[in-house]
Structures are given as structure tokens and as C-alpha cells.
Design a protein around this ligand. Sequence first.
Ligand code: PLP
Length: 394
Amino acid sequence: MDLSQDTFLNHLAQTTESPSLISVTFAEGIYIYDTDNKRYTDLISGIGVTNIGHRNPAVIAAIKDQLDKYLHVMVYGEYIQSASNELAKKLTSLLPATLNCCYFVNSGTEANEGALKLAKRYTGRREIVSCRQSYHGSTHGSMSVSGNEIKKQAFRPLLPDVTFINFNNVEDLSLITDKTACVILETIQGDAGVRIPSKDYLKAVRKRCNETGALLILDEIQCGMGRTGTLFAFEQFEIAPDILTIAKAFGGGLPIGAFISDKKVMGCLTHDPMLGHITTFGGNPVCCASALATLHVIEEEQLLTGVEEKGKLFETLLRHPKIKEIRRIGLMFAIDFESPEIVNRIVLKAKELGVICYWFLSHPHSFRIAPPLTITKKQIEESCETILKAIDNA
Ligand SMILES: Cc1ncc(COP(=O)(O)O)c(C=O)c1O
């Protein structure tokens, strides 16, 4: 085992100058353990991934079962494999009838790349509408439609013909026109610090897309898979997208994403040109087996039913004069403070005390909480006690 900081810092690419540096030896449920056997409560689910907890036993069993049969056998889209067949059947059974065809990919950003390409190809249009403050991924296309200008500047030129509108602002919807290929939105903006739109807004977006023939892409990569209390957040807004993108918690801890649409729409990727989107590893059977087991766990353990109550408990317990605002939907929280410096101190102090909270990409005045949906009331009470202590001492 090599858990040396030297190897990590010098032989692995770094993304910040101050990585968290927890030397992980084991993880289970809501806990991660380090080399000193210190236990950390993972209140961020590895950034939106372990919604059913680390190493859920049903997921481990499904992975082991698939390992005994085969790993990669062919690139996406050629051979018939039971794991991807079963996953597509199960997933589409949980979605509106128009979301009946899945394209499995490897990550969230790739799901959005595929969705954007599909919308351009299907509509024959080139313009894209997205929202300020949004985050859709780190590859060129997804970055082009992400709203954080500071993060984009060094990587231009990016995609042309992207118009940015304000999230949750009905007036801006007039910028969606009959030249718009698609509108891409996070149903709940995550990295902007948990921004929850009104039902009327999302209905107006849906209506405007219908009027103009633009496809609506909903990015549920962070807010999907039960995080908000329903399997997908859009269910709470009485609308459905033309294309849904998911990843993160979808794989139960293994990398898999998907863009999902009507077969009528998805069908255009096979011609003019054929192979309109391709991927070697998309639909990897081990990842599909893990994702299928994840869906079963959410259903069989009835994880959605407890989400609202647990969310409320956090909100009730997290009372402190330094907290300016809490924005929450289900078990997805942004906790606001007066300054980014206070947030930094709290996040670092909480980590020292064994609770992992974390920053947002585009909202430094708050930290995030998004624990595994499996967290118990007792674990919530213990976690909140530690967070309050961190706030007191920060
Ligand atoms: C809403 C949203 N979309 C897309 C992505 C990109 O996903 P990935 O990191 O798997 O490429 C993220 C990741 O944080 C996200 O939160």
C-alpha cells in the first residue's frame, strides 16, 4: 500500500494547491477511515456520488457477480449485454414514457456532451441557451455552457452561439427562439449554492421550448438519484425534459453516466453521420451492474421516503447566529455565512473534528451538505453537533 503524500503530490496531477489529503484506507456506509484509523463522517457523499452509502453490500455483490462473467468485451453499441439491457429497462420504467432510450457514458460531463450533440443533430440548429452560475462539467462543450466566466476565460475559444439567461427569471425566456437547438438547465442549480427554481419557472421553460421547438435538457447529475426526495428532481415540478442527463450517484460508486431521450430523438445518432456519438467504455458491464443494484437499493430500502424528514432534522438542528441562510431541497443543502473566510475555517475545523463538509464551485459564501440518503437520525444529530462546534470554533 502506498499512501505517501510525496507520491500523491508529485506524481498525481493536482487540481488545487490545497487538497484535502485524507489518506483513505477504508469506507463503509457514511464513514471514511484514514491511516490513523480516524473516522470521518462523509456529509458530502464524495460530492454527490454515494447516495446509498459507501460500499453498499448489494452493490458490492452485483459487481462481484459481474466480475465473474466478463469485463469489457466491446465498445458501446455493438454487443448485447445483460447488465446494460437490464439497466436500461429498469431505468426507463422509472421515467416518463418519452424518456425511453438510454445512452450510457462514463461521466457527467460526457452525458452533457452527448445531450448537446443530440439536440444539435436532431433539431438541425446550432444555438444553445444555458444559465448563468450553472455548472455542467469540465470538458470543452460542457464548460462552454457552464456559467462561471472566471473558470472559462483561460480555455477559450469555447463553443460559439451559447446565450446565457438568468436562472429562475421568466422574462429571459424570450431569448429562447426558433433558432435554439436546446436549453440546458440543472433542475436544481448545485454548485451555484443550491438554487431552487419555482414550479412556474420550470413550467414556463417547458412551454417556451414547446413553442420554439427547442429541446429541453435537464442536468440531474448532482440533484438526481433521490437527492431531493424524489428519484429525479423534475418530478416535483410537473414537467419532463426532452433529454435527461445523470451520472454521479447513478453508479453507486462506479463511473457511469447517461443521457436519456425518446427513441425517436436518439435514433438520429445512427446516421448522417453514423456513429454520431461513440465511446469505448460507455455501458461498461460492471458499472451497469452496479447502477442497476443502486436503483434496486433505492427502491427496496425505500430511501426516498425518509429524505424530507431527515432534511428537516438537519435544518432544525443547524441553528447558529453565524448562519445567514440555509437553502435546502431534500438532503441537498447550502449553508450561507457572512464571508468565504468563515466558510473556509468552518470546513477545515469540521474536517479536523471528523465531519466532511465542502465548498461549492461558484458560491464561496456557503458550504455544502449532501449526505448519503442512508444516514440515520442519530448520525444526523451527531454530525450537527460537530458542525455547530466547528462554527463556534471557526
Ligand atoms: C450539475 C452537474 N453537471 C455536470 C457535472 C459534471 O460531472 P462529472 O464530474 O462526472 O463530469 C457535475 C459535477 O459536479 C454537476 O454537478
